[in-house]
Design a binder for this molecule. Structure first.
Ligand code: UD1
Ligand code: CA
Length: 459
């Protein structure tokens, strides 16, 4: 069986954060998610994640994740520490004839295709250990790959333990290894803490296997970006940029137009159909679905379904659905549980919350529609407020098909305006308006002749 062991028990001191390192997010997902996801999409059949520091938080963040087994690494003054020790804790779950791939939870860009090629290479050559390496422009802080005069890999030296000469080596250890289960088990019994960090290093197994005459090999990656290890928030930002580019590219190849990929943040997992156009400054989360032909300008879409040919400008849409051909914004806010039908108009500074809006209804400017069921073909004028809250409880309003709510009206819920009910501008409506009625609630207008002149205001 092919088993992954993903190391996620470290504290991540260099992040200078209360949050465990592997939970720091890139595009809405913890770093660890990406490593795990790439394993799941490769030939790996079983995934083991080693947790220790903040283990409850890490487990919780992945509680919905299937096909993952968490392994606990004891943490404390009386137990060892280090990547070698982390792996030791997983050995019970590994058979001698397994192929084991070890990855660091802080290497989020690694792709499933690289994992697959790497495992294939390792197995085809019948290696005992294969290390995934790369030539880095700046190898600082990585373990260096030491080769002998025949260019065979003979050891991995950590930066802390490296001589000045070894520090010049640019080929680094990605932290990703493939092992024969039996070789991993036997080599791990022989590592010790005789190093600058006083830790049990997984990297030491390589030299041990070399000395035993085992098949030791390396697999060098050209694209060094894939193995970027994230230790600080700065490196997190670099990893985020690379992943953003990669995710956006995938959507573009599938027919989504992205005008400025740098300022477009799409979470892995979002469903975006062909011919969707995404303009600068847009964020789309992983739970959103954007259908063919929709155009999104500098907007944030969270957990929402956007219908075909919808146009959204500078707006925020959360936990909502929008039907085909509807236009939204600029500066509209669809709050949770809003369901807007087809060919509607939700205009400037309109807020909709927990409401249903039927097909073809229009609210073009400055309105609040909260806790309402609005029919189709309804016109809601400028400044209309659905008064849904009495300071203690929320109430619903119902507006029938083809109703007309004049500008600046208040509909005090619970309230109903039946089909073809008309509400005059400026009215505060507290009683049901029946089908076809005009409801007018205003003090009669009084015009006083000569008043301004009498006051002496006219010069
Ligand atoms: C490690 C490698 C280094 C490699 C680099 C690649 C070792 C000794 N060094 O260094 O050669 O170039 O990764 O990015 O392996 N972890 C545990 N338990 C522990 C300690 C660490 O699970 O007791 C986990 C961490 O959570 C992390 C991973 O192992 O995900 C790597 O640990 P880290 O401290 O970041 O190692 P590096 O110094 O980056
Ligand atoms: Ca690291």
């Amino acid at each position: 069986m092919k088993v992954s062991v993903i190391l996620a028990a470290g504290e991540g001191t260099r992040m200078k954060s209360k949050k465990p390192k592997v939970l720091h997010e890139i595009l809405g997902r913890p770093m660890l998610f990406y490593v795990l996801n790439s394993c799941k999409h490769s030939q790996v059949e079983k995934n083991l994640v080693v947790v220790g520091h903040n283990k409850e938080k890490v487990r919780k963040a992945f509680e919905d994740e299937k096909d993952v087994e968490f392994i606990e690494q004891p943490i404390g003054d009386n137990v060892p520490y280090g990547t070698g020790y982390a792996v030791m804790n997983a050995l019970d779950k590994i058979e001698d004839d397994d192929t084991v791939i070890i990855l660091n939870g802080d290497t989020p860009i690694i792709s499933n295709s690289t994992i697959s090629c790497f495992l294939r290479y390792h197995e085809e050559r019948n290696n005992d250990i294969t290390v995934l390496s790369a030539d880095m422009k700046d190898p600082t802080n990585y373990g260096r790959i030491v080769r002998d005069e025949n260019a065979n890999v003979v050891a991995i030296v950590e930066e802390k333990d490296a001589s000045e000469k070894q520090k010049l080596i640019r080929e680094i250890n990605s932290g990703i290894f493939a092992f024969k289960g039996s070789s991993l088990k036997s080599a791990l019994t022989k590592i010790d803490t005789n190093n600058a960090a006083n830790e049990l290093y997984i990297t030491d197994t390589l030299e041990i296997l070399v000395n035993e005459g085992k098949r030791v090999d390396s697999f060098k990656l050209r694209d060094t970006r894939e193995i970027l290890g994230v230790n600080s928030r700065y490196e997190l930002s670099i990893a985020a940029e690379i992943l953003q580019k990669k995710i956006n590219k995938e959507y573009m190849i599938n027919g989504v137009g992205i005008i400025d990929p740098k300022s477009t943040y799409i979470e892995y997992g979002a469903t975006i159909e062909r011919d969707v156009m995404i303009y600068p400054g847009t964020r789309i989360d992983r739970k959103s679905i954007i259908k063919e032909g929709a155009e999104i300008y500098s907007s944030t879409i969270k957990n929402s379904t956007i219908g075909e040919d919808v146009l959204i400008r500078s707006s925020e849409i959360e936990d909502s659905t929008i039907g085909r051909g509807t236009t939204v914004g600029p500066y509209a806010h669809l709050r949770p549980n809003s369901h807007v039908g087809e060919n509607c108009k939700i205009g400037n500074f309109v807020e909709v919350k927990n409401s249903n809006v039927g097909d073809g209804s229009k609210m073009s400017h400055l309105a609040y529609i909260g806790d309402a069921d609005v029919g189709s073909g309804v016109n809601i004028g400028c400044g209309v407020v659905f008064v849904n809250y009495d300071g203690r409880d929320k109430f619903r309003a119902k507006v029938g098909d083809n109703a007309f709510i004049g500008s600046n009206a208040n509909l005090v819920a619970p309230i109903e305006v039946e089909d073809y009910g008309y509400v005059a501008a400026g009215s505060t409506i507290t009683k049901k308006v029946l089908k076809g009625q005009l409801s007018l609630e205003r003090a009669p207008q009084k015009n006083i002749d000569g008043w301004v002149e009498r006051k002496g205001f006219i010069k």
